[in-house]
Design a protein around this ligand. Structure first.
Ligand code: ARG
Length: 444
């Protein structure tokens, strides 16, 4: 039986095709669906569409369902189309008539939208938290290894001296920038679509500002069509933000794979964090980093699919939008676990010291020597030629322990304080307090 069913049901082929994998993802939306309904019921009561007692019954009933969901006692029964229907059926089964009144002034189109936005806000918060934990660890590692030099590469060829401090803090600063993109996704998720109904509003005098406040949204999508069109736009922005963080982790993981290689042997991990081979007894493989690399590549493919799902959809709701869940939800879970595993692994990273002492790396110092000559008054082009000539003849022998990099963001001046404060500012810009306070007062 469907909520919208009149007399004849639809063919089971159509039913199973249109429902697809939706119930699986709707289970994730369940607590948020209940919260949205709590706010909607309170608002309906404030405009006289529910009596005070009816609202109290619904609030009590919804709260009970919320805690059943938390305890894992909620499920979408076979034959029930989606989470929205399941919650309404439960309320009607338990409290009769009043359950059937809840849907006044609402459509599943704005209901699923509000559920999604509430879910994204919570998921974004977890990403911000996990990114911050990784960021802190990277800055600690940068501080600890600020004097541990390593080769810097361009074109994967030896280029100039770098350091582990520079490498770790480059990932950290990059993550702080990635959060800037995530903030844009948060702002779109933090706008109330409820009251847009099927996408064209309602003839009931709905109080949309009230549900905005009750759910702790920073704002509402005022135009009801625009509210509906925000489905897809939110996911597009979010998927790009996810791809940004994923790309940063991907580069870190690729670096780790190559730096663990025996020819480099710049870093290592305790045996229990590496994996063996079924045939080669000596193997210590970087499977965790390889899978972070692969998973973050999957995540970077999401914006493409999201864009294709949205292409040529006209104004208003389309069932196509349902499939956005299949891309975004697993992507969010995967990104969170990639962040957690990056932190988990890097906590145990071992850095080889004194790498650049090896004469093998002497050419990395060519620019240092050129610059020393320049400081003594030799024009740059002449100094460049002189050093080039020495390298050609094989008598280039620089001092491999002296480096004088002092400018902002260089090996000798990592600007960790500045990078930390940049991160602090972006994290502060996410207002999670307002959403927490609102949700807490709905369920307590
Ligand atoms: N499962 C649907 C979705 O995610 C819920 C909304 C259904 N609305 C409709 N008009 N069929 O989009």
């Amino acid at each position: 039986m469907k909520l919208w069913q009149k007399e004849v049901g639809n063919k089971k082929e159509v039913e199973s095709f249109t429902i697809g994998r939706d119930p699986e993802f709707d289970m994730i939306l369940a607590p948020f669906d209940v919260l949205g309904s709590m706010a909607h019921a309170q608002m309906l009561s404030s405009i006289g569409l529910l009596t005070k007692t009816e609202n109290e019954t619904l609030q009590k009933g919804l709260k009970a369902i919320y805690f059943e969901i938390e305890k894992g006692q909620f499920q979408i029964a076979p034959g029930v189309e989606d989470v929205h229907s399941q919650v309404e059926f439960l309320l009607t089964e338990r409290f009769g008539e009043v359950g059937k009144k809840l849907h006044s002034g609402r459509s599943r189109n704005d209901q699923v939208l509000v559920d999604l936005k509430l879910y994204y806000r919570a998921a974004i918060r977890e990403l911000v938290e996990e990114t911050s934990i990784l960021f802190d660890l990277l800055l600690q590692l940068a501080e600890k290894h600020k004097d541990d030099l390593m080769p810097g590469y361009t074109h994967t060829q030896l280029a100039m001296p770098s350091s582990f401090g520079l490498w770790f803090s480059s990932i950290a600063e990059g993550l702080s920038e990635d959060l800037g993109l995530l903030k844009a996704a948060f702002d779109l998720s933090n706008k109330n679509p409820l009251g847009s109904a099927a996408g064209y509003g309602s003839s009931f005098p709905l109080n949309r500002t009230m549900t905005t406040d009750l759910l702790g949204f920073a704002d509402l999508h005022h135009n009801v069509i625009n509210a509906q069109n925000s489905r897809g736009k939110t996911e597009r922005t979010l998927s790009f933000a996810m791809a940004g963080i994923a790309a940063s982790l991907n580069r870190m993981a690729s670096d780790c794979c190559i730096f663990m290689n025996q020819h480099f042997a710049f870093i290592s991990f305790p045996d229990e964090l590496t994996t063996g081979s079924s045939i080669m007894p000596h193997k210590k493989n970087p499977d965790v980093f390889e899978l972070i690399r692969a998973k973050t590549n999957q995540i970077q493919a999401i914006p493409n699919t999201v864009n294709l799902l949205l292409t040529n959809t006209t104004t208003g709701y389309h069932r196509d939008l349902q499939l956005l869940k299949e891309e975004i939800f697993p992507g969010l879970t995967s990104l969170k676990s990639c962040l957690e595993m990056s932190t988990f692994m890097l906590k145990s990273i071992r850095v080889r010291q004194g790498i650049l002492q090896d004469p093998f790396y002497k050419h990395l110092f060519s620019v240092e020597v050129v610059n020393e000559l320049v400081l003594k008054g030799v024009p740059f082009r002449d100094a460049y030629k002189q050093v080039g000539g020495a390298i050609e003849k094989g008598d280039f022998a620089p001092n491999q322990s002296k480096l004088a990099h002092t400018h902002e963001g260089s090996i000798g001046n990592l600007n960790l304080t500045e990078i930390r404060s940049k991160m602090g500012k972006v994290v502060q810009s996410f207002d999670f307090n307002q959403m927490d306070k609102a949700i807490l007062s709905l369920i307590s």
